[in-house]
Write a protein that binds this ligand. Structure first.
Ligand code: ADP
Length: 397
């Protein structure tokens, strides 16, 4: 059974073709600059050099057509014929309160996702374009939607309700949804496997630390709390997003600087976070380098980032009445040895002890806590594509 996983952004898309008999990746790639000049497809099959195909692609359907050509290409393809693709799994950002698990896509699902566009105006439209394009390009092949918000739907109301007039929740769906759900679900399952425990018996804090960053408290396999909110802006300090701030700051700055709502939104989402504090970059590698050279604001950005993660881990342990393991994933979580150490150090009082030698790894499934650490600390590289493919297989088989 071969499954094609598709993740459509506004002008880019990522794909992976997996053979689910052994979960191996047959091909993967990235299309950039869809609908803009300079569109290109970078396609890869294991053991071969990357193939770069430069050709105009006016929309997602055309881009996906080129992806299918590449996958079945005589020279650098992975399969001979399109009928060897048995199902397609789509990453979809927002399913609101409509879906708490992945689903086979039909007209009803498409309508439900269209209704969620106002909750994710940048993400759901390209996700939907990808679904519609695949329905046209591969008619009869089932499409499955896997939602970033779904895993978090188990949160109790006390975790998702905001202390605003309740009518805003009823009228507009203003509540916490949470994101990165597929990643939090994947790493929590993988961590349970690595610890040789049933996920039902575990209290976990999963830390997805990339450009966008969020934490989840996962108890018995269910999310109890998560740090992103109504949008991915809430919670941790991120690459360019501010995370938690006093909401009164927004109107204060709008008045002082004469900003429109759009400009304020841009400031909070694109000019804040570690970029805003450091003035250096949104990329943690640049900030770590600048801090090492003595740039104080870069160091301040790292300290503020780390402290926020530390606070959330302790808070989520409290939400669950304990924690068995803390899991680090995504670009920074998997790779930044120093940040993991700095985040965990103040948590020694809770029985969290990172072993510096074990922690000296990047991007590998590893238990990095000391043998005597009461709480285990794990690095688990995320694999959202595999999770999407597994869900797709489960639903279509
Ligand atoms: P996203 O998918 O949200 O764009 P990623 O999960 O790819 O993000 O994470 C990107 C972040 O991870 C970047 O800020 C990058 O600097 C950071 N990162 C990647 N490798 C390292 C590393 N070796 N050390 C520190 N940070 C790293």
């Amino acid at each position: 059974m071969n499954i094609l996983v598709i993740n459509c952004g506004s002008s880019s898309l990522k794909y992976q073709l997996l053979n689910m008999n052994d979960e191996s990746v047959l091909a993967s790639g990235l299309v950039e600059r869809i609908g803009i000049e300079g569109a290109q497809l970078k396609h890869e099959i294991p053991g071969h050099d990357k193939e770069v195909i430069k050709t105009p692609m006016k929309d997602h359907k055309e881009a996906l057509g080129h992806v299918l050509d590449a996958i079945t290409h005589e020279k650098y393809g992975a399969i001979k014929e399109l009928k060897e693709i048995n199902a397609i799994g789509h990453r979809v950002v927002h399913a609101g309160e409509k879906y708490a698990a992945s689903v086979i896509i039909d007209e009803k699902v498409i309508k439900a996702l269209e209704e969620c566009i106002e909750l994710a105006p940048l993400h759901n439209p390209p996700n939907l374009m990808g679904i519609e394009a695949m329905q046209e390009l591969l008619p009869g092949v089932p499409n499955v939607g896997v939602f970033d918000t779904a895993f978090h739907q188990t949160m109790p109301a006390s975790s998702y309700i905001y202390a605003l007039p309740y009518e805003l929740y009823e009228k507009y769906g203003v509540r916490r949804y949470g994101f990165h759900g597929t990643s939090h679900r994947y790493v929590s399952q993988r961590a349970a496997d690595m610890l040789g425990k049933d996920i039902k018996d575990l209290k976990l804090v999963t830390c997805h630390l990339g450009n966008g960053a969020s934490l989840a408290a996962v108890q018995g396999g269910k999310v109890m709390a998560t740090s992103m909110g109504f949008t991915p802006l809430e919670g941790l300090v991120m690459g360019t997003r501010c995370g938690d701030i006093d909401p009164a700051i927004v109107t204060f700055i709008m008045n002082k600087e004469g900003l429109t709502p759009q400009e304020a939104d841009n400031l909070l989402n694109k000019q804040s976070g570690v970029l805003g504090i450091s003035g250096v970059s949104s990329d943690f590698r640049d900030i770590e380098n600048a801090a090492a050279e003595g740039n104080e604001r870069a160091q301040l950005a790292l300290d503020a980032f780390d402290q926020r993660v530390t606070q959330y881990i302790a808070a989520y342990a409290a939400v669950m009445g304990g924690v068995d393991a803390v899991i680090f994933t995504a670009g920074l979580g998997e790779n930044s040895i120093d940040n993991r150490q700095a985040i965990c150090k103040p948590l020694a009082f809770m029985g969290i002890e990172v072993d510096p030698a074990k922690n000296n790894i990047r991007g590998k499934d590893t238990v990095v806590s000391t043998d005597s650490s009461k709480v285990k600390v794990l690095v688990v590289p995320t694999n959202e594509e595999l999770m999407i493919a597994r869900d797709t297989l489960e639903l279509v088989k």
